[in-house]
Ligand binder design. Structure first.
Ligand code: FES
Length: 284
């Protein structure tokens, strides 16, 4: 059997790029105009507080509700189907907001596939909201084909959502498979690790960034978990590093993510002065 190859389909859809460009400019302008409250809302929608992105958790709700509504309709439970379809639309609006917050920081092929995923989902949401309105006015026979069309589009969109995460690795923690050295391993010369500056090196298969904070040597992963940005090229202020790609902030002592779009902490390593003037590092 021939495998589906949605990746090549989307690569051919270059017409989506100008739309995606415009969409990101509009969202970016909206966030800038909204100031700190809008930036905070985006950060909440990205999900650093949750420890992983909010969007995939929310997307199950509308799809489950819309499938449930279709089944209730088949069983003749029309009032219950009305309610469930409306609840699905409310959850769909929240899922759309979180999806747009994540997509805003994407680019290239990932951005194009995200745009397709979003267009299908927003179309499904608009059609199903129309179906809810028709049902509320008692025109259920007219609403049913719209409901089926909306659900079909939402399932198609979900397929591309799965493609984005499981094949393209969108929003997957870039440090998920990095362990670092299990034993003390020489990293860099002590003289290279200075207060207010970062130095980077490869230790035990991990890319590590080192600095001194209050005289203490701190070592953490140098790879941003969001999309792999080089943290060692970011800005360091008061023990907090800002990723140069999309502005995620991390506490270099604890690894905690302080601001998204990243949602997972960076691994931190133990560090000590070793032999021959070298700093040694090992995984915690
Ligand atoms: S790579 Fe996106 S915030 Fe670091």
């Amino acid at each position: 059997m021939k495998n589906l190859d949605p990746d090549s389909w989307v690569r051919a859809m270059r017409f989506l790029d100008p739309l995606a460009d415009r969409g990101q400019r509009l969202v970016g302008a909206g966030i800038r105009r909204g100031g700190a409250p809008a930036a905070t809302a985006k950060n909440l929608l990205n999900g650093p507080w949750l420890g992983h992105p909010v969007h995939p958790a929310l997307t199950d709700l509308p799809i489950g509700a819309w499938i449930g509504a279709a089944l209730l309709d088949l069983a003749g439970e029309e009032r219950a189907a009305d309610l469930l379809m409306a609840a699905g639309c409310a959850a769909g609006a929240a899922a759309a907001a979180s999806g747009i917050a994540d997509w805003q920081d994407s680019y290239g092929h990932e951005r194009r596939m995200g745009a397709l995923h979003g267009i299908l989902n927003l179309s499904a949401l608009a059609i199903l909201t129309g179906a809810v309105a028709l049902r509320a006015s008692g025109r259920r026979p007219a609403a049913r084909p719209l409901g089926r069309l909306g659900l079909g589009l939402a399932l198609g969109a979900a397929y591309f959502g799965g493609e984005l995460v499981f094949r393209q690795g969108t929003q997957v923690n870039r440090n998920a498979f990095t362990q670092g050295p299990s034993d003390w391993t020489p990293a860099v010369a002590e003289s290279e690790v200075r207060e207010g500056a970062m130095t980077t090196c490869q230790v035990g298969g991990a890319q590590v960034v080192l600095t001194r904070i209050g005289g203490r040597v701190c070592a953490a992963a140098s790879v941003c978990p969001h999309a792999g940005g080089p943290l060692s090229e970011g800005r360091l202020e008061g023990g907090v590093v800002t990723c140069p790609w999309h502005g995620s902030k991390f506490d270099l002592i604890t690894g905690r993510v302080l601001w998204g779009p990243a949602t997972t902490p960076i691994p931190t390593y133990e560090a000590r002065g070793g032999t021959a003037g070298m700093i040694e590092v090992r995984a915690r």
